[in-house]
Design a protein around this ligand. Sequence first.
Ligand code: ZN
Ligand code: ZN
Length: 545
Amino acid sequence: MSDKKLRIIPLGGLGEVGKNMMLYEYGKNILIVDTGLMFPENDMLGIDYIIPDFEYLNDKADLVRGIIITHGHEDHTGAISHVLEQVNAPIYATPLTRGLIEVKLARNGLLDKAQLNTVQAGDTIQVGPFTVELFHVCHSIPDAVGLGITTPAGLVVHSGDYKFDHTPVDGWPTDYAKLADLAGRGVLVLLADSTNSDRPGWTPSEKVIDPAFREVFHNAEGRIIVASFASLISRMQQVGNAAIEHGRKMAFVGLSMVENAKMALKLGYLDLPDDLMISLDEALRMDPRQVVLMCTGTQGEPTSIMGRLSTGTNRQFDILEKDTVVLSSHPIPGNEESVYRTINRLFRRGAKVIYEAIAPVHVSGHASQEEMKLLLHLVKPKYFIPIHGELRHLKQHAEIARQLGTPDENIAVIENGQVVEFQDDEMRVTERVPGGYVFVDGAGVGDIGPSVVREREALARDGFVLVNLTLDHDSCNLLEEPEIITRGFIYKRDGDDLLENTRSLVKKAVDCGNGVQTDLEQTVKSFLYNKTKRRPMVFVTLSRT
Ligand SMILES: [Zn+2]
Ligand SMILES: [Zn+2]
């Protein structure tokens, strides 16, 4: 019996969609797979993005032997700069993924410090005691890989984000042979993407988008504006192909779109002729029927180009009558409301808006149920851990494995921070380590906790009430009428009585005792709640003269 164990430690992406980060630990060696970020939900006010909590690495930073990034999406790459501030280990990524990471690191001034290594699908690399084989998988970005990780405790297969697309835009299907090869060697545990585990059937091929775009280009009477993710390189290719076919010129709009396109062209992941692409300025001078613009902002983000176009606050150009706007994406869970609000506003400005619900202008990059079954059959793991997804997705993925005959006790449905150990071919779910949220807000990392977000929520929901008291220094008697200021709480005219009553309440309650402020805040809070059923934040300030 060996005393060393393989420990699998999910720091992000399990129990949520986003900020994927997994640690594989054996003895005094750690391999990090992905370092993602997550965009805040609507109710997380003022938060720019969320990164995994890597407190677990605090005293183990020097044990990290390497960081492998499976593909270039933000939910797998977005926290890389933050991780590098704590961990100085080599990063391994395929050329496109590396290119996307470099753009990010350069922006944060970390490019010189980072030890970047280019790897290819099909390569085998040694990271401490881990022998990692990278195999190609189809996804909504080129150059994505899954991992076969040979550890002293057994062989692990980590799918990354994947789908089984037989006709991908880049013509490079998922590496079935490698999956079968790994299965032949006996797979201890499979960790697989659960994002679409509630979707029956097969995810359509990216090819189905082509006819939809052809239709859009055929019918468009004016400009075409396509919104997508800046990392969706294959969509750039598809839009470019349609533009060539229909004699339009193409312009990329927005820094991340322009930078990523330039990088993908340089590395050969984007194959578009030079004379197809023009600058935005040129495009704006041309006949609207001869151009297509590609920009970001599919998630209803108010500060994105699409968000600004919808509110008429974009600097360089506005929506024109007869513009066709295509939202080539799927709303990330939680963003639906702002996405549909943006769509409504674009219609109101005279654009024709085409989105996923009315035409197949987007397909998912993630496997559906039948593909998940195929992966399980191909890999034949002894144990199974669903990853990437909210708890409902993980549970559903576990149910699929169960239907295919994996015994209950061989499936671990776990969430962030829950450690799983493997020793002598046995799986044990063990302790919990921190696996929560770290909020990034402006320049601050982690200085905003959940309590601050809760306060912002309360302020946004019910506003605040400020009670200002001027007391006599010695006697503690009120020297003036209490001043009451409210914002976002009640309409002034309706509130006069209520505020008058609050004032009397305060006058009666004031005394010199300790804790007058907090007591008074509580008293006012419950009084206002009884009267209005709202919970504004209440502040009492004292000045003594
Ligand atoms: Zn992805
Ligand atoms: Zn992902």
